[in-house]
Design a protein around this ligand. Structure first.
Ligand SMILES: [Zn+2]
Ligand SMILES: [Zn+2]
Length: 151
């Protein structure tokens, strides 16, 4: 999906819910599209936008992120380090992914494997549970941290 298509979809969703697609809101959403790191805290976003947009304060970023989460544009993630991260909701990106979280350096890597689809089928079949969404968090140590630890 092209960036402009994603932004259009986000704008439509905001208008659908009768909120204004303000310049500040667009800038904050654009930061998610621009960033390679898909899991950002309010502070990360603030650091990205503040130089070019001095009118956007940290409080505005917090409020916008909460709004976007309630509108399901973003997902709020908790990787257990006391700082909420946000990412674009997969529903807008048309793919589903899970997270590998390094306990050494805090790096978060995304992955999607098909075996989880098998698990999904099993849960739906055996527990009669209809799955709408799922997020798997796998904790451990990344390659770099393993190297560091073995020296
Ligand atoms: Zn690491
Ligand atoms: Zn992610």
């Amino acid at each position: 999906m092209k960036q402009s298509d994603i932004m259009n979809a986000l704008r439509e969703r905001i208008k659908e819910k009768k909120y204004k697609f303000t310049r500040q809101r667009q800038i904050i959403l654009q930061a998610f599209l621009d960033s390679k790191e898909n899991h950002m805290s309010a502070e990360d976003i603030f650091a990205m936008v503040k130089d070019e947009n001095p009118d956007i304060g940290l409080a505005t970023v917090y409020r916008s992120l909460e709004l976007f989460t309630s509108l399901e544009l973003l997902k709020k993630l908790d990787f257990g380090d006391g700082r909420s991260r946000y990412e674009l909701n997969d529903r807008n990106l048309k793919h589903s992914h899970h997270h590998l979280i390094c306990l050494g350096c805090g790096r978060v890597v995304e992955f999607s494997y098909d075996f989880l689809d098998g698990l999904k089928d099993k849960i739906e079949r055996e527990d009669g549970f209809q799955i709408v969404d799922s997020q798997l968090k796998v904790y451990g140590y990344c390659r770099e941290c393993q190297k560091k630890n073995s020296i």
